[in-house]
Design a protein around this ligand. Structure first.
Ligand code: GUN
Ligand code: ZN
Length: 433
């Protein structure tokens, strides 16, 4: 084989289906002593070392001892301009936005600041093993340019968009229905489909957009193929009451977005903490998805996401950190909190469902499962190496683990960025601890 082939030997694990549909045992593939073969940035094959090594004469085989290779994590909801305000004290959503968020996002009018934060943000994602994210930029179009430029330089698969926001926010941070349409269009033309980048039409949430602006968002989505729509939905009870007063002619929060044709297979709604059955039904029938953001929902006191309800209605669910309302870039720590959110509702979140949510489930929700989220042949070689000895406690605790399920659960409960030994994007190492 030629020199663009590389092989990685360790334990290998990936999701192949939703445990809610097939049961835990059928939801994954695992090779205790496995090899991942990468050809030209793509997954060529995975298998047992004893079967594959004899076929790899002359190929570089990189071995990781006491380590687990999984697909890179997929964070389906995060705000890059909020990196500098993570852990802002004391407020629930609406006051948190006014007190901390808007003044922080104001700084992204400056392209140099945006470029600096984009670097810090991407570095943090990669340190935590996240290789794809669906990202809010700020209202400034230069914030999107900065983010995509930095992502392209690392050849990452990233999705982002300019915030559309034309009311109920400070003047320094608002656009208009027309300017948001024009700026978004310019960015779509410049970035959508370039390298591994995708554009998301990004109205912040119903309260900060006029009906005219939501209509402009719908128009953009109708004009281009495969654009994403990314917004917030039913996160906080005061927010929901506000939406009711702003859009009295609509029955519920989701109906507002539905009215402007913002629901599709590429729509991602962050939070959905307080959804009724009819809303879940509508999300499912339009193929829309919800991002579960547990650390954010706890931190802002928003509520407990009902995963069972989402599963019952077959709503696609991804996992989001929602930094800066979320309190960690680590998808492992986000799963730790997700487990507790289900415990508080007397539900059990299994480690295999957690793995699914952080990888293949996110990819399916984003309609990218033919490219990322698993080690299916031909997928992008976006993967991570998790170190079983990352910390003394992790090392000691894992020695007691009797099986894969227990190991995985321990990793997801006490693991964090320290557990991520190396991160690869399209076959290239982009982070080494
Ligand atoms: N709703 C509207 N904007 C935001 C935001 O920036 N973060 C969160 N968590 N919710 C929002
Ligand atoms: Zn958010």
């Amino acid at each position: 084989m030629t020199s663009h082939v590389k092989a990685y030997r360790a334990a290998i694990l990936h999701s192949i289906a939703d445990p809610a549909l097939v049961g835990d045992a059928q939801s994954y593939e695992y090779f205790e002593d496995g090899v991942l073969v990468v050809d030209n940035g793509q997954v060529a094959k995975i298998g047992h070392a004893k079967d594959l090594l004899p076929t790899l004469k002359g190929v570089d085989v990189i071995e990781y001892r006491d380590a687990l290779i999984t697909p890179g994590f997929i964070d389906t909801h995060i705000h890059y301009p909020q990196t500098g305000m993570i852990a802002a004290y004391g407020e629930q959503l609406l006051d948190w936005l006014n007190t901390y968020t808007f003044p922080t996002e104001k700084q992204f009018a400056d392209p140099a600041h945006a470029a600096d934060v984009a670097q810090i943000f991407l570095k943090e994602l990669l340190r935590n093993g996240t290789t794809t994210a669906l990202v809010f930029a700020s209202v400034h179009k230069q914030s999107v340019d900065a983010f995509f430029e930095a992502s392209q330089a690392l050849n990452l698969r990233m999705i982002a968009g300019k915030v559309m926001m034309d009311r109920n926010a400070p003047d320094y941070l608002t656009d208009t229905a027309q300017s948001s349409y024009d700026d978004s269009k310019e960015l779509i033309e410049r970035w959508h489909g370039k390298a591994r980048l995708h554009y998301a039409v990004t109205p912040r949430f119903a309260p900060t957009s006029t009906p005219e602006q939501l209509a402009a968002a719908g128009k953009l989505l109708a004009e281009y193929d495969d654009l994403y729509m990314h917004t917030h939905l039913s996160e906080n009870v005061d927010e929901i009451a506000w939406v009711k007063s702003l859009f009295p002619e609509q029955k519920g929060y989701l109906d507002v977005y539905d009215h402007f044709q913002l629901l599709s297979e590429r729509s991602m709604f962050a939070h959905g903490v307080h959804l009724c059955d009819e809303e879940c039904q509508r999300l499912a029938e339009t193929g829309s998805a919800v991002s579960h953001c547990p650390t954010s929902n706890l931190f802002l006191g928003s509520g407990l996401f009902n995963l069972k309800q989402a599963e019952q209605f077959k709503v696609n669910v991804g996992l989001g950190t929602d930094v800066g309302a979320g309190t960690s870039f680590s998808m492992l720590q986000t799963l730790n909190e997700a487990y507790k959110v289900q415990q508080l509702q007397r539900n059990k979140l299994s480690p295999f469902k957690s793995l699914f949510l952080a990888t293949l489930g996110g990819a399916q929700a984003l309609r990218l499962d033919d490219k990322i989220g698993s080690f299916a042949q031909g997928n992008d070689a976006d993967f991570i190496v998790l170190d079983y000895h990352a910390t003394p406690l992790l090392s000691y605790r894992l020695q007691q683990a009797k099986n894969l399920e227990e190991k995985l659960f321990v990793l997801m409960t006490i693991g964090d960025d320290r557990a991520v030994q190396e991160t690869f994007a399209a076959g290239q190492s982009v982070h080494k601890r």
